[in-house]
Ligand binder design. Structure first.
Ligand SMILES: [Cu+2]
Length: 122
């Protein structure tokens, strides 16, 4: 006679837990940008890199996206231990750079001298 009640309670309890788990994962997804993983996506909007500083582990990748309207960019890295040249970055294109050696590197743009992204590779 009183059996259905506990069953209902268990079901609603499970539902509440599922709902809580779903809410938590939505929340985690919403703040996920603060915990980006390789490849780290870099914007070039407004003739600037966003973000302008990034700390990576050796072997990780940054993905530079030319999302800057119809502007051309040209990312490069010049140092004693690591060099990279994207060539012309067409509007809408993306360029991956794998940082394989530790150090601090400046990613610059051959077209816009004010553009600078500092990458610290541990
Ligand atoms: Cu540029």
């Amino acid at each position: 006679m009183s059996l259905p009640r506990p069953t209902r309670l268990v079901r609603s309890g499970r539902f509440a837990m599922l709902a809580a788990a779903a809410a938590l994962s939505l929340l985690a997804g919403g703040i996920g940008w603060t915990q980006q993983k390789s490849p780290y996506v870099i914007s070039q909007r407004g003739r600037a890199f966003h973000p302008t500083f990034l700390s990576l582990k050796r072997g990780e990748t940054i993905r530079i996206v030319n999302d800057d309207g119809d502007l051309l960019h040209h990312a490069y890295v010049e140092s004693d231990t690591f060099n990279f040249d994207s060539g012309d970055q067409l509007p809408g294109s993306q360029t991956d750079i794998v940082f394989s050696v530790p150090g601090t590197f400046n990613v610059l743009c051959g077209i816009h001298p004010k553009m600078k992204l500092v990458v610290l590779v541990k």
